[in-house]
Design a protein around this ligand. Structure first.
Ligand code: SAM
Length: 281
């Protein structure tokens, strides 16, 4: 439930190897680009992005040009994915503003390139050793990871049904050619009718997710779960209380609940809980 793989980026900056898993293919793309950007050849990026107009014309065709998404073997694929993400990012900005993709794309791409350039300069100055990352598109209900292989887990699952992640990214996912309905079935927090039924399915899925976290992590591994208190939407049900109860049944020892106020969202969600567990095995 890695979202855009912010945790992987932070781990890699500390020299720690990481694996990110998210069901959304758009999150997969964001994660691949963000972690790739930590360790790329800047000259190749510059040469691929020298003509933003031509890139935009290719991307605006009805179907994603094969080059932007396939060619798994091609060394330049990740550079093209960086361009593709700038395009999808502009698509998102355009839907929330009065500006067009044509105007936004060159600006967004330029921002990506300058951010990468500044980062590379900082990286050299600080002599950073970047950890390796694997970005997997998969389900937390059936993790594509071996038993007892992970040193620590940090995750932020959906806060029950607070956000429809697929609807939020619908234009981008449709552009990439994905079927939203088949993803919806597997996605945590998006099934059911009425609060009670939605919560029941949510906790059933969270229980499977916790079991998977218990399976893949090593004995005594810390498992950290960040979860928002959206008790206004859940008719008073406190998500973190139930998550602690389910986790303990799966053999995870509850250690600590660090409460962090969410500024700016106080009407719908007051706090986030950072729950710390240890895997007893
Ligand atoms: C709270 S968001 C994570 C946000 C993240 N902390 C970030 O900084 O971007 C929850 C994520 O869970 C993912 N998700 C929901 N159901 C999933 C499942 N069954 N397997 C894997 N990921 C899932 C969603 O796609 C979404 O990106």
């Amino acid at each position: 439930m890695a979202g855009s793989a912010t945790v992987s980026v932070e781990a890699n900056l500390l020299g720690i190897d990481s694996i990110s898993v998210d069901l959304s293919p758009f999150c997969g793309l964001m994660g691949r680009v963000k972690t790739f950007a930590l360790d790329l050849d800047f000259k190749t990026l510059q040469s691929i992005t020298k003509d933003p107009k031509e890139l935009l014309e290719k991307l605006k065709k009805e179907k994603v040009p094969d080059y932007f998404i396939n060619n798994k073997e091609d060394k330049k694929r990740s550079y093209y994915e960086t361009v593709l993400l700038a395009f999808l990012d502009s698509m998102g900005f355009a839907s929330r503003s009065s500006s067009s993709i044509d105007k936004l794309f060159p600006r967004v791409l330029e921002r990506y390139i300058s951010t990468i350039k500044y980062f590379q300069e900082a990286r050299q100055k600080l002599n950073l050793k970047i950890g390796k990352s694997k970005i997997l598109q998969g389900s937390v209900l059936n993790l594509p990871i071996e038993d007892d292989s992970i040193d620590a887990i940090i995750t932020s699952p959906p806060y029950s049904f607070a956000i429809d992640y697929l609807k939020n990214d619908q234009p981008q996912l449709e552009y990439l050619g994905y079927n939203l309905e088949s993803l919806r079935e597997e996605m945590i927090g998006l099934q059911g009718r009425g609060v009670e039924n939605k919560l029941e399915i949510y906790f059933d899925k969270m229980n499977i997710a916790l079991k998977e976290m218990q399976r893949v992590s090593k004995k005594n591994a810390p498992i950290i779960i960040i979860i928002g208190t959206n008790d206004i939407q859940t008719n008073g049900v406190i998500l973190e209380t139930k998550v602690i109860e389910l986790a303990e049944k799966q053999g995870l020892k509850f250690e600590l609940d660090l409460i962090k106020p969410i500024r700016g969202l106080q009407n719908t969600m007051k706090n986030e809980s950072i729950l710390f567990f240890t895997n007893l095995k």
